[in-house]
Each structure stands twice: as structure tokens, then as C-alpha cells.
Write a protein that binds this ligand. Structure first.
Ligand code: FAD
Length: 385
């Protein structure tokens, strides 16, 4: 379990993150979206501030904190630029935290400090052209040749891929799966298109190809053949941490809506004086607050049981649906001007939609929730005769 700090330490940490975001990220957020530009310099600064390696122990170049601290950074970034928050999550949680938790001493000593400092940028490669929701049906394979593994296949929709120095890559090894640390400059690694997305613009998403890439055995992540467990525990952590992006985004949408509703007048009244606008604000606030409650509970669950897929799936499902609802209602409160390109609320809605797709779709989350309920609960204990 990671180190938990006192409430005062988290508060201080949040105010440092907020100050950084308001000063460095907020002024650039619209440009990041408009020009689809990944802000590499800001990313490097985040490394210097200890944000990138927040969950990594100090001896490996990190800040020695826990998922709660990582969630704080996600929330504060998500408030200003959900796309930067997504790239941060892919680097710091999906790649770096996963490599540290499951990697050998070789990986911890040689790769983890570079990712924590921001010298390197990282990605996680699971999705393939033929396997998204059914991730374990991947075609990318690794075969043993002498004292090496040889990886062949391709991955798609990979966050940070165009910039990454290291790819935490899953491959089929016989009937099972294994995780490997593949370097961007390994012979046989190449990148394909960078996708032109509707939202999360500025978070670069691309293809990666592996053409007989030779990997020494010390670059295996976790045990050979045990990749499935790493995928599942990693997905739970990813779902909980990425939820906080959408909590930050929802906070911004609610804040903008309140500001507009108390400034704009129609028919001689402020918008907030109309009952139908009041109803919107009430639902928006309640969905935002319930998202926070669920996500904070999920953080505790994650620390005590990383395999708790019920908590992680239920949290991101509720948070993502709520954020999309809140961003959509924000546009309605703004009326026509909210529909105009580069009004901030329209960006929030485009970004919010990713919440129901990335880290497993809403449909897959529903499947996970219902499966866990059926498995863990005896119906006859809950329904009185
Ligand atoms: C911006 C962005 C960033 C991403 N970053 C990464 C990354 O860093 N690393 C990575 O590995 N992947 C990444 N992904 C990929 C993402 O995880 C997948 O897009 C997602 O898991 C869905 O897979 P798919 O797109 O292949 O859709 P599909 O699996 O083809 O699904 C299509 C539709 O069918 C539904 N469906 C599929 N199976 C079922 C089922 N059993 N029951 C009911 N409905 C079903 C889905 O819910 C969806 O609505 C990213 C995607 C995006 C858009």
C-alpha cells in the first residue's frame, strides 16, 4: 500500500497543483484544443514539480505519495484542460505507476526515474485494431527466441504514442498474456497516424507497430504469462484515477453555468430565476457531488483491494455519464453562444464524451458491475420471502 498523508498535506498539495494549473495550463487550454498541440514544456515542468512520479517512492525519483495525490492532480488538470489530464493519466498512472508496481529492479532503476522526472514520456499499449473491448483477444504476440522475446503486432488509439519513449505493451505469449517494456527506439518499433479527434485534442493519440522487435528478458513486466492480472488491476486503477479528470471538468462546467445564469438576463430576469434553469442547476450539482463521493470511496477501495472491479467500474460509469450530462446542460444554459466553436462549454462536452469510451466503455462497465453483483451477492439473502 502507498504512503497516506495527513489532510493538511493533501490540502497543501492541492493548492500547489491548483496554482500551477491556473498559471500555466488555464491560459493555454483553448489553444491546446484548437491547434491540437501537446504542451511538451508544461509536461516537463510537471516532472520537475514531482507531479509525474507522484505515486513513485523517492528512491526511484518520485514524490512518495499515493493515488489520492494523483487524483488531486487529475482533478485540477481536468478543470482546465481534460486533454492534458488524459495525457498525464496515461503517462503517470497507466504507464509509470504500472511499471513501478509490476516491474523488476532493472526496470525500476533504469526506466522509472526517467518517467518520474519527465525526461521520458510513456504510454500503455493494450488496444489493437481488432480488439478493443475484448482486449484479451489481442493478436500482438511475443515468442521466445534464445535469450530474447520477439514481439510482432500493432496497437492503436494509444495516448501519447507519437511522443513516447517507452510503451508498456501487452502481448500474447502462448495461451496467456505477458507485459513488456518496449522502448521507442528499439529496432522494429514505428509509429503510424496521429488521430484527428473530436475532443481531447492536444492529447496525442496514435498507432504503434512492432515488427519483430527483440526484447531482452529483463524487460518483462511482472511474471511471464501473468499479464492478465496486470491488465485487470491496472484497469481498475486507471478507471478510478481517470474519473477525477471528469470531476474536474464537471466542476468547471457547473462553475461556468452558475456564472452565466447569474449574469445573463432575459425577459427582465436573470436566467437562474427561471424554474427550468434552477432544475438544471440542481441536477448538475447533485450529479457532481455524487460523483465526488463515489470516486473518493473508490480511491479507498483501490488502496485496499486493487482487484475491486465493481467499485472502479461503477465509479467511472457514474462520473463519466454525469460529466457528459453536466457539460451538455451547461451548453443549454448558455444557449446559442454555448454552441459556438471555442466557447469553453462546447470544448467541455467534446472532452467529456471520451469519459464513456476510454478505459473500457460504459457498456463494458455495466457488464462488469452486473457480473460482480451476481457473483458476490446471494439474491435470496437480499430479497425477503
Ligand atoms: C482518446 C482515446 C485515448 C485512448 N487511449 C488508449 C491508450 O492509451 N491505451 C490503450 O490501450 N487504448 C486506448 N484507447 C482505446 C480505448 O480503450 C478503446 O477505444 C475502448 O476500450 C473501446 O474499444 P473499441 O474502440 O475497439 O470499441 P469496440 O470494442 O469495438 O466497441 C464498439 C461498441 O460496441 C460496444 N461493445 C463492445 N463489446 C461489447 C459487449 N461485450 N457488450 C456490449 N457492448 C459491447 C462498445 O461498448 C462500443 O459501444 C483510447 C481511446 C481513445 C478514444
Amino acid at each position: 500500500m502507498q504512503k497516506t498523508a495527513s489532510p493538511e498535506v493533501y490540502e497543501l498539495f492541492r493548492s500547489t497543483a491548483r496554482e500551477f494549473v491556473l498559471k500555466e495550463v488555464m491560459p493555454l487550454a483553448s489553444r491546446i484544443d484548437k491547434e491540437d498541440e501537446f504542451p511538451v514544456d508544461i509536461f516537463k515542468k510537471m516532472g520537475k514539480l514531482g507531479f509525474l512520479g507522484v505515486t513513485i517512492p523517492e528512491e526511484y525519483g518520485g514524490s512518495g505519495m499515493d493515488y489520492k495525490a494523483q487524483a488531486i492532480i487529475e482533478e485540477e488538470l481536468g478543470y482546465a484542460s481534460a486533454s492534458l489530464a488524459l495525457s498525464y493519466g496515461a503517462h503517470s498512472n497507466l504507464c509509470l505507476d504500472n511499471l513501478y508496481r509490476n516491474g523488476s529492479e532493472y526496470i525500476r532503476e533504469n526506466y522509472v526515474p526517467k518517467l518520474a522526472s519527465g525526461e521520458w514520456i510513456g504510454s500503455l499499449c493494450l488496444t489493437e485494431p481488432g480488439s478493443g473491448s475484448d482486449a484479451l483477444a489481442m493478436k500482438t504476440s511475443a515468442t521466445t527466441v534464445g535469450d530474447k522475446f520477439v514481439i510482432t503486432g500493432s496497437k492503436t488509439l494509444i495516448t501519447n504514442a507519437p511522443y513516447s519513449d517507452i510503451f508498456l505493451t501487452y502481448a500474447k505469449t502462448g495461451e496467456n498474456h505477458t507485459a513488456f517494456a518496449v522502448l521507442g527506439n528499439d529496432s522494429g518499433v514505428s509509429r503510424g497516424v496521429k488521430f484527428d479527434k473530436m475532443g481531447m485534442r492536444g492529447s496525442p493519440t496514435g498507432e504503434v507497430f512492432f515488427d519483430s522487435v527483440e526484447i531482452p528478458k529483463n524487460r518483462i513486466v511482472g511474471e511471464y504469462g501473468k499479464g492478465k492480472d496486470i491488465i485487470l488491476s491496472g484497469l481498475n486503477s486507471e478507471r478510478v484515477i481517470l474519473s477525477f479528470i471528469f470531476i474536474g471538468l464537471a466542476r468547471r462546467a457547473l462553475e461556468l453555468s452558475l456564472k452565466y445564469a447569474t449574469e445573463r438576463k432575459q425577459s427582465g430576469k436573470f436566467l437562474y430565476q427561471f424554474e427550468m434553469i434552477q432544475e438544471k442547476l440542481a441536477y448538475m450539482y447533485t450529479k457532481y457531488e455524487t460523483s465526488k463521493l463515489l470516486a473518493n470511496k473508490a480511491l479507498t477501495d483501490l488502496e485496499t483491494d486493487p482487484m475491486n472491479s465493481l467499485s472502479a467500474a461503477a465509479t467511472i460509469m457514474h462520473v463519466a455519464e454525469s460529466a457528459e450530462y453536466i457539460a451538455r446542460e451547461a451548453i443549454q444554459i448558455y444557449g446559442g453562444i454555448g454552441y459556438v466553436r471555442n466557447s469553453e462549454v462546447e470544448r467541455l462536452l467534446r472532452d467529456a464524451i471520451l469519459g464513456q469510451i476510454g478505459a473500457g466503455t460504459t457498456e463494458i462497465r455495466k457488464h462488469l458491475i452486473s457480473s460482480a453483483l451476481v457473483k458476490n451477492y446471494k439474491l435470496d439473502n437480499r430479497i425477503p420471502e
